[in-house]
Design a protein around this ligand. Structure first.
Ligand code: GLU
Length: 470
């Protein structure tokens, strides 16, 4: 149970698409801050826009968060389902004289805007219905907030610092539409209040909304949460992040071979840091993260940096877990060409494989050397290594291999070294054709390690295949 005054944050995405990378960062910062403060992190789906909200998007948001290990507390809250509660508050504001019914038609509103434009006044609702003592029939009016136009609203933002807005800039905005549905502005405030949200951490594109929302809190006599508006993410060229820059759904990063902990590490370093620490575990992040340390400048998304961090996490990742991730990829690719015992071999060879792979796609590709059934397919570079000279060395070394009592990488390495010395060649002259014969490629983990993992029978059979072919 959190303490009575514990921090409660939330992530409130609109389910109109996948969980994109910028949203994931907002969720992560909210999560880290809540956990840092020993509080709770909640998830609210802002699905009031029925035309644009889809169940697929709701599912994608949840699975994206789960993949990133950003777990929310309690059940997910649907904003749409709370519409009656939003309407109740609009009526309470009416009863308190803090809101009024407005029957202006679209034509009247247009004319009002035109007039204001001509007179050079700001084009906002002039409040003409606020003085009417009418009682319009249901369905014929909207409910507007009777906004405070005098003075100014001062926001102490945890990231932006003090931000002031003159209340004369705030219009009597709509709370409830004529069909009785709430506007976003009303729904957010009612939900944040009812969910006990203490800290609203969101993109700075919401800053202007905040000043309007603060007026609803005040009108209801509710305590205003603390706000923190984070700068949006930009592309590496400093422009607003778009698909071209990598503003994709988080699942796209998974499909590109990223590990979730690498994506999280990368995202949290965008706009936040702790000294010069680059690699920060989840535990450390929870210990260190404070919203007030998020920078004010827009963070730039850099795909190369993400790739480097990912390579780092590949080396740290558990072998079995990596094998589980790449196995379906290998299965899909190899189909009938999968050898028996492939999975065990991949697991045994994982340390050597993961050290060389920057992402899970590369890992799955390189693991094929252990998974493919004989006879292998040879790439061009391997075929070149299996030239006349290479084949001749391989033939001679094949004889040595038959005499070996054990088949571990040290013994194999020593045998190759001894052979090379005898023949008067460099070790590479035998190691390279050997690699080509055993893997069909010129790149692989250490060839003696590969031989140990393949075992004597499979290794010799592959060498014999090459000797027969070239
Ligand atoms: N649903 C809003 C969005 O996706 C967020 C609202 C909020 O965080 O207050 O931009």
């Amino acid at each position: 149970m959190p303490k009575p005054n514990a921090v409660i944050t939330r992530f409130a995405p609109s389910p109109t698409g996948f969980l994109h990378i910028g949203g994931a960062r907002t969720a992560l910062f909210n999560y880290l801050y809540a956990k840092h403060m020993g509080g709770k992190f909640l998830l609210r789906i802002e699905d009031t826009d029925r035309a644009r909200s889809t169940q697929e998007a709701v599912d994608a948001i949840q699975s994206g968060l789960k993949w990133l290990g950003i777990d929310w507390d309690g059940d997910l809250v649907s904003q749409f389902e709370r519409a009656p509660r939003h309407a109740e508050i609009a009526y309470e504001l009416l009863a308190r004289g803090k809101a009024y019914k407005c029957t202006c038609t679209p034509e009247e509103l247009d004319a009002m805007r035109e007039e204001a434009k001509t007179a050079g006044r700001p084009m906002r609702y002039d409040g003409r219905c606020s003085v009417k003592t009418h009682d319009p029939a249901p369905g014929t009016f909207v409910v507007r907030l009777k906004a405070e136009h005098a003075g100014e609203t001062v926001l102490q933002d945890l990231i932006q610092g003090e931000v002031r807005v003159s209340n004369s800039e705030i219009d009597d905005f709509v709370l409830l539409r004529s069909d009785g549905t709430p506007t976003y502005m009303l729904a957010v405030v009612v939900d944040d209040h009812d969910m006990g949200i203490t800290h609203v951490v969101r993109g700075d594109d919401h800053l202007t909304n905040t000043f309007r929302q603060m007026q609803i809190y005040t009108a209801m006599g509710w305590p205003t949460p603390t706000f923190a508006h984070m700068p949006l993410m930009h592309g590496s060229d400093g422009k607003k992040l778009s698909k071209r820059h990598g503003a994709l759904g988080v699942e796209a990063y998974r499909d590109m071979g990223c590990l979730p902990e690498a994506v999280c590490n990368y995202l949290m370093r965008l706009g936040w840091g702790h000294g010069d620490a680059e690699i920060i575990s989840r535990e450390q992040a929870i210990e260190w993260f404070d919203v007030k340390d998020v920078g004010k400048a827009a963070a730039r998304f850099d795909a190369d940096k993400l790739a480097n961090i990912n390579a780092h996490y590949m080396r740290l990742a558990d072998d079995q877990r990596l094998a589980d991730i790449i196995w379906p990829m290998i299965e899909a690719k190899l189909g009938n060409a999968m050898a028996e015992g492939a999975r065990e071999r991949i697991l045994k060879g994982m340390v050597g494989l993961k050290d060389r792979a920057k992402n899970t796609i590369e890992l799955a590709e390189s693991a094929e050397i252990y998974a493919r059934k004989r006879p292998l397919v040879f790439n061009d570079a391997a075929m070149q290594l299996l030239n006349e000279e290479g084949i001749s060395h391989l033939q001679q070394f094949r004889v040595h291999l038959d005499t070996l009592a054990s088949w571990d990488s040290t013994t194999l390495h020593d045998a190759a070294k001894e052979f090379a010395e005898q023949v008067g060649i460099k070790l590479g002259k035998i190691a390279q054709p050997l690699r080509a014969a055993l893997t069909g490629s010129n790149i692989s983990p250490g060839v003696f390690e590969v031989m140990e993992i393949l075992g004597r029978g499979e290794s010799l059979a592959r060498i014999d295949d090459a000797l027969a072919k070239f």
